[in-house]
Design a protein around this ligand. Structure first.
Ligand SMILES: CC(C)(COP(=O)(O)OP(=O)(O)OC[C@H]1O[C@@H](n2cnc3c(N)ncnc32)[C@H](O)[C@@H]1OP(=O)(O)O)[C@@H](O)C(=O)NCCC(=O)NCCS
Length: 166
């Protein structure tokens, strides 16, 4: 199994669309369009190729040539501009092989250096234990809990706040 973490290019439209339409959305934000269209992919790939290395670090997780996941850190705005928000997703066939733990470690290192961030924040649904494990294994600390903060498929969830300092 050959695993690569690589920058996105405008040519990744098909791979990105397939990923976003196949990923398990149980614990993802509804900001990710559903269904995910070619237009959504065009918009996102344009945005990430422009902001890469300035306001974000965006990587595709590629296994044997197929895009199977995504991991991103995006600079926040205003007084929070030295903080970056981490987000990630991986196709279910590739879970529990350590892929995301390694990808998150690498992307955090790049973002802290290239974006000049002071910290990285990750918000996680309370029941998403695998995601919490990925963060803890990468040195994140649970800093707080926003009670009843999110609604997903008509269910209300607590959201855990994790942080990693430079
Ligand atoms: C969360 C997600 C990224 C994890 O990726 P992954 O590559 O499977 O993660 P890893 O294999 O690196 O690590 C997973 C860890 O969680 C553990 N784990 C998995 N399922 C678990 C569960 N139900 N309860 C407790 N721990 C669990 C694994 O044992 C592993 O820990 P270990 O290395 O100490 O054994 C992946 O499940 C995913 O993409 N889910 C859908 C989208 C999502 O939830 N994104 C996160 C939004 S914050």
């Amino acid at each position: 199994m050959k695993v690569e973490l690589r920058k996105w290019s405008l040519a990744d439209k098909e791979g990105l669309t397939e990923l976003c339409n196949a990923v398990d959305r149980t614990f993802l934000s509804d900001r990710l369009p559903n269904p995910y269209t070619d237009e959504n992919a065009d918009w996102w790939l344009n945005m990430v190729t422009k902001s890469e290395g300035i306001d974000g670090t965006f990587r595709a997780i590629v296994v044997d040539g197929k895009i199977v996941g995504s991991v991103s850190i995006e600079r926040k705005a205003d007084i929070y501009r030295l903080d970056g928000e981490l987000g990630y997703m991986l196709l279910q066939d590739y879970w529990n092989r350590g892929l995301m733990s390694r990808a998150v470690g690498q992307v955090c290192e790049i973002a802290l250096k290239e974006l000049g961030l002071n910290r990285i924040t990750a918000n996680v649904f309370h029941p998403n234990l695998a995601s919490q494990r990925v963060l803890l294994k990468n040195g994140f600390t649970q800093e707080g809990i926003m009670r009843n903060a999110a609604i997903k498929c008509e269910n209300i969830y607590d959201i855990l706040i994790f942080g990693l300092l430079k």
